[in-house]
Design a protein around this ligand. Structure first.
Ligand code: C2O
Ligand code: CU
Ligand code: CU
Length: 463
């Protein structure tokens, strides 16, 4: 009798194993969170940083056994992390092996127009470009991506995007997690529309032209629903909304609070406790998540609203224990009375008629002229017209803003640091102040890439 029991248990076990194997093969790829490589600095001298990145095409398996045609920097999808320190003299050599022209724009970097890589930084196929600049801004998580006129949406969608980590003397002194891949992780959020055979074509439907290209497959660092084992302790997440158009509302499935410690352009004055956080395209947020009170083996999800983006698995005790700091970095405040000019930027239009101040991007027209090193207040608004309205993230190159107000009131606590991308929901209005410290020609635009490509962009010259 016992023999039979053991035998049937064994058979049941084998069947369960076979079934689970089959389910595993048939289902989506079960995958660890890919971590972008840290690119190696080719110049060993202190204060000088040299990188080479190659934009190329490749194949990526989002669905098991199906290869999508993609593009990336030094790889098949996305790119490496470029680390730099405030004060560094940086050169980045960009090789273009895409089979088509591109540009590489350093989103969030305060660099001269000549190094900015916007629509004027065209790199013909098979050629190279060298960007040269000095890192002249506080610690932040920025990123890079193509910016070719009318082609930005397509090229970013293919996979061309990478992260930039800037450190400075203050950031390295903060008692927060900083060990890459151990307690400090990048999370690039993107969504894609995959066909049944696992392809990722960039074809725009009428809805895509209206709302921007979105898809039902959620990627984190280029993987579908990946899993990350985190230490049992305080964990730092550097989140980039790298999607073409989707606005994320991120939260944790175990209803845990987290703390936002940095926005686009650097640290906040102090951590801001949040239960959910909205991020429009191109916005970044650095977060602290406390897994210290959880148990080894616990599982929870990062969600966009109700949709699961990825799984966190609590591992062993963290090597280093941190508390959430009381304060972070107080940025130097730009004073409104120092402003020499106020400008208005009004979003308008729908679909292919999207515009700013009633105009669509024209490289032959300079929209705004700004005095070098002057302080200005930019009023950005998104009025709904004829009952039609949608959100637009406003972004300007070569500069970081401080919000003076949002909808007439003080900005929310997590917008009291430096911002280069400002989310404007329907009927919202923001006053933002900036000092224009870098000379050259720069863009301002909506960061829904299909809107940008359609012409929801303008240019300004700082001189
Ligand atoms: Cu993220 Cu004009 O760029
Ligand atoms: Cu930019
Ligand atoms: Cu827009």
């Amino acid at each position: 009798r016992t023999k039979w029991l053991i035998l049937s248990a064994m058979i049941a076990f084998i069947i369960a194993l076979l079934v689970s194997q089959f389910a595993f093969r048939a289902g989506a790829k079960e995958q660890a969170l890919p971590l972008p490589p840290l690119l190696k600095d080719q110049n060993t001298s202190e204060g000088i940083t040299a990188y080479t990145i190659t934009a190329r095409t490749g194949h990526t398996e989002f669905i098991r056994g199906k290869q999508a045609e993609t593009a990336g920097y030094n790889g098949a999808f996305l790119g490496p992390v470029l680390r730099m320190k405030k004060g560094d003299e940086v050169t980045v050599k960009v090789n273009n092996q895409l089979g088509e022209a591109t540009t590489v724009h350093w989103h969030g970097l305060e660099v001269p127009g000549s190094a900015d890589g916007g629509v004027y930084g065209k790199i013909a196929d098979g050629t190279s470009w060298q960007a040269q600049f000095k890192v002249d801004q506080p610690a932040a998580t920025a990123w890079f991506h193509p910016h070719l006129m009318h082609e930005t949406g397509k090229q970013v969608y293919k996979g061309l995007a990478g992260l930039i980590y800037i450190e400075d003397d203050e950031s390295t002194k903060l008692a927060i997690p900083r060990t890459y891949g151990e307690d400090d992780f990048p999370l690039v959020l993107q969504d894609r529309m995959l066909t049944e055979d696992g392809q990722m074509p960039y074809k725009l439907t009428d809805a895509d032209i209206m709302y921007g290209k979105m898809g039902g497959t959620q990627l984190v660092n280029g993987a579908v629903a990946p899993t990350l084992t985190i230490p049992k302790g305080l964990v730092r997440l550097r989140v980039l909304n790298g999607a073409n158009a989707r606005i994320y509302t991120i939260k944790l499935s175990n209803a845990q609070f987290f703390w936002q410690i940095a926005s686009d352009g650097g640290f906040l004055p102090k951590p801001v406790q949040v239960k959910e956080l909205e991020l429009s395209p191109a916005e970044r947020a650095e977060l602290l998540v406390d897994a210290g009170s959880l148990h080894t083996g616990d599982i929870f999800f990062l969600q966009n609203g109700g949709d699961k983006l990825m799984t966190f698995k609590v591992g062993k005790d963290a090597k280093e224990t941190y508390g959430v700091p009381e304060s972070l970095v107080e940025p130097e405040r730009l004073k409104p009375e120092k402003a020499v000019k106020r400008r208005q930027f009004v979003f308008g239009g729908m679909g292919k008629y999207v515009n700013i101040n009633g105009k669509q991007m024209d490289m032959n027209r300079m929209d705004e002229r700004v005095g070098l090193n002057t302080v200005e207040i930019w009023e950005i608004s998104n009025p709904s017209a004829a009952g039609m309205s949608m959100s637009h993230p406003f972004h300007a190159h070569g500069v970081q803003f401080q919000l003076l107000s949002r909808n007439g009131g003080p900005p929310p606590a997590n917008e009291t640091g430096w911002k280069d991308t400002i989310h404007l929901r329907p009927d919202e209005r923001v006053e933002a102040i900036a000092r224009f410290r870098k000379p050259g020609v720069f863009m301002y635009h909506c960061h829904i890439l299909e809107h940008e490509d359609a012409g929801m962009m303008g240019q300004f010259e700082v001189k």
